[in-house]
Structure formats: C-alpha cells, structure tokens
Design a protein around this ligand. Structure first.
Ligand code: ADP
Ligand code: MG
Length: 337
C-alpha cells in the first residue's frame, strides 16, 4: 500500500485504543477528571457492565461554557501548559486525551455548569462533532457514555462478559474511593448501590464503609516521614492475612497506580511474621515529590517511573518495619502499665 495519512476518524479511533481499553478505563478517566475538578461528591453508575451506559456525576468546578467544545479536542488540557509543568504536577490528568478518546468510541453527552456562570452547557458528541445547548444545571459535571465500542466491532467482540466487567469496576470503585477519603463516592451497578463512602476525610471510616468492621479493626495506622518520602494509611496486623493480594492498595501522591513492585516491597517488610502463602493487607499512600516521578510512561497513566527507585524502596521498607515493630512493642508494654 502507498503511504497515506489516515483520515481523522480512523486516527482518533486508533489513538483512543491506547487510553480506553474497556469500560473500567472510561470510569477511571472520568473519575480522575472529577477529582481534579475539586469535587467532594462523585456518583458513578453503570448498566450492563458499563457496556450499555456509564454515568459519572460530580459537584466539582464544572467546565466554563466557552471551554466546553475545547475539552473534546485532542491534547486540550487545563492542567499543564508546558512540558516543565509535568515535574510539578498536582493533578491526575495532563494529556488532554481522555474525553476525545472516549468520544471517538462511544456516544457521549455532558451536562456541566461552572459555579461562576448562570447558565451551563448540554453537550452531545457524535461523529466527532459537538452540539452544544445552553441550559441551567446545578454546579458540577455529569458525563454519560453509552454504547462503548459501538463503532469498533473488533473491540466490542473481545469485551469480557457484563458480570466480569461489573466485578472489575467494583474493585476500581473501591480503589478510587480509598485514594480519596475526602470525597464521598457512590457506585450503582444495574440500579443497585454497591459502594458508598462517607467522604469525611477519615481513611479509617472510608475503609470501614467498604470492607466492614472485622477488616477495619485489624489495622494499625502508619505515619512515617523520612525525606523525601512520606507514608500514611493503614497496615494489616501480621496475624490478619489473606490468601490473595487483593487487599493491598498502594497509591503514589493519591494516584492509583498498577505497580506491583511497591506492593512487594511492603510485603517484604513484614518478613517472617507472615505464614507461607499468606499476604498482608494494607492501604497506604506514599508521598514522593513530583520531580522524582515520571507519570508520563503510558497513556493510561497507571504506570509510574520513580527516579532513584532503590532509595525510595529502602525508605518504604524502613517505614513499614518500624511501624510494625513499634506496634508490637506497644502491645507488649500495655499490660504492665
Ligand atoms: P486532562 O484530564 O488530561 O486534562 P481530559 O480529556 O480528561 O484531559 O479533559 C479535558 C479537560 O476538560 C480537562 O483539562 C478539564 O479542564 C476539563 N474537564 C474534564 N472533565 C471535567 C470535570 N468533571 N469537571 C471539570 N472539568 C473537566
Ligand atoms: Mg483527564
């Protein structure tokens, strides 16, 4: 075949495939936008594993009416303006690719209103055209995504079954909710609410609401600082273990990342106190100065590269060990007092 520049629509669908791999990826991107918008409440709902419909509603900043159509342009972002901003990144988003990617492979509609304006916008995106009507809504943004992959049949065919997708999405919802105890999250699956967190900025209450009291009562808090690193959150006591690693949640600067290396480092710090084939539980947020991180490793932003990784891993292990040790000491001393 001769060399040809792909038409806009084909190029958009191919690019979308890197960011939007399944309904869960849509939810992750939409919820991250809601978090970046300063929301204190985020309500997610899905129908048919997210294949039929996904809605994410927030009470965040909303999108100014003059910027609404820009939000669906590729590489349009309000979060960075130059490459250097990446080294001081405080937002989850920065690529300006999520909304155009979602719109390229589904039917999207948006209701949004900025706190600063009297009228909001109702937007429908189809075939890469945005239709905007001015309307009044309560401040915030609600995005609805229908019929994901309707125009990319090969992807549609390879999607998991609805009940498996729903299961993945519930775990993703828990993950996102645990990363932000200051936000009240809800997740509704086919009309049934399966997750609701208080949003009172208390991680322990958030954990309780998701996993219940037996889990919640088996934790010790960690609060470790050793420059340039800070660890906060909860570690399972070494006598409270699970046969899988499902209950190991690690966040970097409140960002949910798929990085098993950090989880393994934490697990190693438990050393011999854990029985063979058992795994500790933990929910920890690791704060690392943004200039020591590269989050621009993959379009989905779930992979992260830590500069000076070996130092960071040493500090993580030190923090976990000390916390576990101090806690054991406290337990031994208490009865004598
Ligand atoms: P990015 O998050 O990388 O900037 P997106 O495509 O996800 O790119 O979103 C584009 C822009 O649309 C964002 O930079 C933001 O300004 C705006 N936006 C998207 N979702 C929301 C939301 N829920 N609330 C407020 N603004 C939003
Ligand atoms: Mg985004």
């Amino acid at each position: 075949m001769p060399i040809q520049v792909l038409d806009h629509e084909t190029a958009a669908k191919i690019a979308a495939g890197e960011v939007i791999t399944d309904p869960g990826a849509v939810i992750k991107e939409l919820v991250e936008n809601s978090i970046d918008a300063g929301s204190t409440r985020i309500d997610i709902s899905i129908v048919d594993g997210g294949k039929k419909e996904i809605t994410v509603m927030d009470n965040g900043s909303g999108i100014m009416s003059e910027e609404v159509s820009l939000a669906f342009e590729r590489h349009a972002t309000s979060k960075i303006h130059r490459l250097e901003d990446l080294y001081e990144l405080n937002s989850l988003g920065f690529r300006g690719e999520a909304l155009p990617s979602i719109a390229a492979i589904s039917k999207v509609s948006v209701k949004t209103q900025s706190r600063k304006e009297d009228l909001g916008s109702y937007v429908r995106v189809d075939a890469n055209k945005t239709h905007i009507i001015r309307r009044s809504f309560s401040p915030g943004t609600s995005i609805s995504v229908e019929d994901i992959f309707y125009n990319t049949p090969a992807r549609l065919k390879h999607m998991k079954k609805s009940n498996e997708l729903s299961k993945d999405i519930i775990q993703l919802g828990e993950n996102l909710a645990l990363s932000h105890p200051d936000i009240s999250f809800s997740l509704t699956v086919d009309g049934k609410t399966v997750l609701k967190t208080p949003g009172d900025d208390n991680l322990h209450n958030c954990i309780y609401s998701i996993f219940g009291s037996e889990f919640g009562d088996s934790l010790i808090s960690i609060d470790y600082e050793n420059k340039p690193l800070m660890i906060s959150g909860f570690l399972g006591k070494s006598n409270y273990t699970k046969s899988s690693r499902k209950y190991q949640y690690t966040y970097i600067n409140n960002r949910y990342v798929k990085d098993t290396k950090i989880s393994r480092a934490i697990e190693e710090a438990y050393e011999n106190s854990i029985m063979i084939n058992q795994h500790p539980v933990f929910i920890v947020n690791i704060n690392i100065p943004p200039h020591m991180l590269d989050v621009n490793v993959h379009p989905s932003k779930t992979k992260i590269k830590i500069l000076n990784e070996s130092l960071i891993f040493l500090l993580i292990k030190d923090g976990i060990r000390k916390t576990l040790r101090d806690n054991t000491t406290v337990k031994e001393i208490t009865p004598k007092v």
